[in-house]
Design a binder for this molecule. Structure first.
Ligand code: ADP
Length: 159
């Protein structure tokens, strides 16, 4: 009976994120997908918007709960009784960053385990930052995000 936490900025959720949640959810009793409220980067969507977009994207997964958190990921993981943190890996640069974070998290919370899912080949090139840039410049992002996210992006960027 393991609870897992999938934390991220999710600004906004992409098909890459949805794929990780869909593959992780069946392996755990519950998967808590948590939007980090204040990552050290410029955000396009508010915390409430990111949570709402994620909720809609994962509504088909019964054992998934979507929420948000502030502060240290490992502290929030303990609060929701998660034993495992889930992350996704696309390329070697992701690995270096995740590895560094994992070692720090291990120092902060020795009992917490990290499980990384390799990206689906189809979604390897998808990142929230790149697709915001492409959408801003008028490129088509319809295949890369759920339909409601594409609409929200267009609304934000071309209003
Ligand atoms: P961060 O939380 O580091 O700001 P994101 O919110 O974009 O980054 O992503 C959350 C998690 O999902 C990270 O572990 C990231 O590597 C992973 N991820 C992002 N895009 C993809 C993708 N296309 N395929 C697989 N994993 C991904």
């Amino acid at each position: 009976m393991v609870i897992a936490l999938y934390p991220g900025s999710f600004d906004p959720v992409t098909k890459g994120h949805v794929d990780i949640a869909e593959r992780a959810a069946p392996l755990f009793e519950q998967l808590i997908v948590a939007v980090y409220d204040a990552p050290p980067k410029h955000l396009l969507f508010t915390t409430e918007e990111r949570v709402e977009l994620m909720r809609k994207a994962l509504v088909h997964l019964p054992n998934v709960r979507v929420t948000f958190f502030s502060g240290l990921t490992v502290e929030f993981a303990k609060e929701v009784k998660a034993d495992v943190i889930v992350r996704g890996l696309r390329m070697s640069s992701d690995f270096e960053r995740e590895f560094e974070m994992a070692l720090m998290n291990k120092k902060l919370a020795p009992n917490m385990e990290l499980i990384c899912f390799m990206t689906n080949l189809e979604y390897e090139f998808i990142s929230s930052s790149l697709l915001k840039e492409v959408c801003r410049l008028g490129g088509c992002i319809d295949d890369l995000v759920p339909e409601h996210v594409a609409a929200a992006l267009r609304d934000k960027l071309h209003r």
